[in-house]
Design a protein around this ligand. Structure first.
Ligand code: FAD
Length: 538
């Protein structure tokens, strides 16, 4: 049986960084087990290709959440990357670190080393920001970040002007001094190609001979000797295999799969494990609990000026942008659909923003028959202003439904299950309408298409956003970090409480969600996690 110093389960945003950092000194051998396959695919490499990978089972787990009473009983689509790079290979590429206060709250909850000032050097070191270095930003790191200020659709200027007329300040860098305000999003791309964690970290590491990567390898169980993790069982091409870890097993399967694998291996809520006849290795009710996610909704308008719909819908337009992309690696296909956005407070008495904005010069209200909505631009000049909450108080869970590792776990999101979450979204959708009513916007809007002008009362607005909201793909905290084993899964060094030789290092360890998109903080978790692992090696 083969032994590696470290076995990393999952090659996503965090796992890719771990593979690079743990193998860097040449002292340790590293095995990465990845359930999916290669990231060398056209629609993965091409930034706007995420519209195609959004439902593609070749690269996507395509989870479905349980019907959610908070979402009008909809069973929401939960895409997660299943390939090298994980979700960073299929995400929308918006690069937001999160707010200083988020990380300071992590540290204040008893997690030394996780404050913003502690993490800022790592955030700067991992990035290569096209906009240049300053007090907050780094250059020369492995992860290239593109400044899209001059590339975004012309309509973006209207949105920026309108949001300022509605009272938000212009913010040139959401990862700078403050998050509040409106601005253009920076994205993880380089020269028109997606800059996934695999491209930035894993691919360079794979050139080292102390790194092995097994693809199409589904980890099915962590192997224990007493309370010590000593290896992993996995399935590859219909075969059951076993590998041993000389030093540590590290779970980086993401917020759905890491708790799933722990539960399958006997680490989790004892009642659940007993009901499925899984022998309990270590009981901990927090495994899979505390699920936090951002939910969002779009307001869509029919405009008087052309939007991306006029280019992305007709065959000649597709040809044009296709040529532009292939010949020059530029144009709409080289960008995210989210050209711009912002952060705002729904109540001025709040200390900091609780809502995020997205501007898309594009709309997909009417799907062509047989096509999923996200893939088909509308025939008229449509654009959308999207919203998502930043620190909702609703909590859900991820729990296995059987002992079979191939059965998807039950995802219970409980979106909008608190009054506070409903109230802030109600205030937020009213603010979107305020933006739409500003002179800069009103003069280019033909009509509001969704939800439409007839939806005006609070009750109707709430009913509408419940019906049309969905995840914005930021689930976290299902193996949350904390000093107290009664309230957390991993300790501040990311070691699983009560066990040895086992860590979780991915977005599932966030003690609470951050204000913004979660890829940067997941990559950071991989970076910081690797530091902790290396410090602990004799
Ligand atoms: C459609 C979409 C759009 C998004 N847009 C943005 C955005 O614009 N900006 C942003 O910042 N964030 C965005 N996110 C979120 C962000 O990408 C994730 O938060 C982040 O990638 C999570 O990193 P992770 O390391 O926790 O998990 P992942 O990157 O999901 O990696 C987990 C990896 O583990 C593998 N794995 C899981 N279980 C097993 C197993 N049992 N055996 C072997 N391998 C396994 C998976 O296949 C996967 O490769 C988006 C996510 C999605 C899905």
């Amino acid at each position: 049986m083969q032994t590696y110093d470290f076995i990393i389960v999952g090659s996503g945003s965090a796992g890719s960084v771990l593979a690079e950092r743990l193998s860097g000194s040449g002292r340790f051998s590293v095995l990465v087990l990845e359930a999916g396959g290669t990231d060398r695919r056209f629609y993965v490499q091409m930034p706007l290709g995420y519209g195609k990978t959004f439902f593609d089972p070749a690269v996507n787990w395509n989870y479905k959440a349980e019907p959610d009473p908070g979402l009008g009983n909809n069973a929401d689509h939960w895409p997660r990357g299943k390939l090298l790079g994980g979700s960073s290979s299929i995400n929308a590429m918006v690069f937001i670190r999160g707010a200083r206060e988020d990380f300071d709250a992590w540290a204040a909850a008893g997690n030394p080393g996780w404050s913003y000032d502690d993490l800022l050097p790592a955030f700067k070191a991992l990035e290569d920001n096209e906009a240049g270095a300053d007090q907050w930003r780094g250059v020369g790191g492995p992860l290239h970040i593109t400044d899209c200020s001059n590339a975004v659709h012309p309509l973006t200027k209207r949105y920026l002007a309108a949001a300022q007329q509605a009272g938000l300040p212009f913010n040139p860098d959401f990862n700078g001094a403050t998050q509040e305000g409106v601005g253009v999003y920076q994205i993880t791309t380089k020269n028109g190609r997606r800059m996934s964690a695999a491209r930035a970290f894993l691919r360079p590491a794979m050139k080292r001979n102390n790194v092995s990567v097994e693809t199409n390898a589904l980890a099915t169980k962590i192997l224990f000797e007493g309370k010590r993790a000593v290896g992993v069982e996995y399935e590859q091409n219909g075969e059951r295999k076993i590998v041993r870890a000389g030093r540590e097993v590290i779970l980086s399967g993401g917020s759905i799969n890491s708790p799933q694998l722990l539960q399958l291996s006997g680490v989790g809520p004892s009642a659940l494990l007993s009901s499925l006849d899984i022998p309990v290795v270590h009981a901990n009710d927090n495994v899979g609990a505390n699920l936090q996610d951002h939910v969002g909704v779009n307001y869509t308008f029919k405009g008087k000026l052309p939007t991306l719909n006029q280019i992305l819908r007709p065959w000649w337009g597709k040809l044009l942008v296709g040529m532009q992309y292939i010949l020059m690696r530029s144009g709409p296909l080289s960008l995210s659909m989210n050209n711009a956005g912002g952060f705002f407070r729904t109540d001025p008495s709040m200390a900091r923003p609780n809502m995020q904005l997205y501007f898309q010069a594009f709309s997909t209200v009417i799907p062509k028959s047989g096509e999923r909505p996200i893939l088909t631009p509308d025939p008229w000049p449509g654009f959308s202003i999207g919203l998502s909450n930043c620190r909702p108080s609703s909590r859900g869970e991820i729990m296995i439904r059987s002992r079979n590792p191939s059965d998807y776990p039950r995802i219970t999101a409980n979106a909008y299950s608190t009054n506070a979450d409903v109230d802030e979204m109600l205030a937020a959708v009213k603010f979107v309408r305020k933006i739409a009513a500003t002179p800069a916007m009103a003069e280019i809007i033909e009509e509001e298409v969704l939800p439409g002008p007839s939806v005006t009362s609070d009750a109707d607005l709430i009913q509408d956003f419940r019906k049309r909201s969905g995840t914005v793909y930021h689930p976290v905290s299902t193996c949350r970090m904390g000093p107290d084993a009664a309230r957390a899964v991993v300790d501040p060094r990311l070691r699983v409480h009560g066990l040895e030789g086992l860590r979780v290092i991915d977005a599932s360890i966030f003690p609470d969600n951050i204000t913004g998109n979660t890829n940067a903080a997941s990559i950071l978790t991989g970076w910081k996690g690797a530091e902790l692992v290396l410090e602990d090696q004799k």
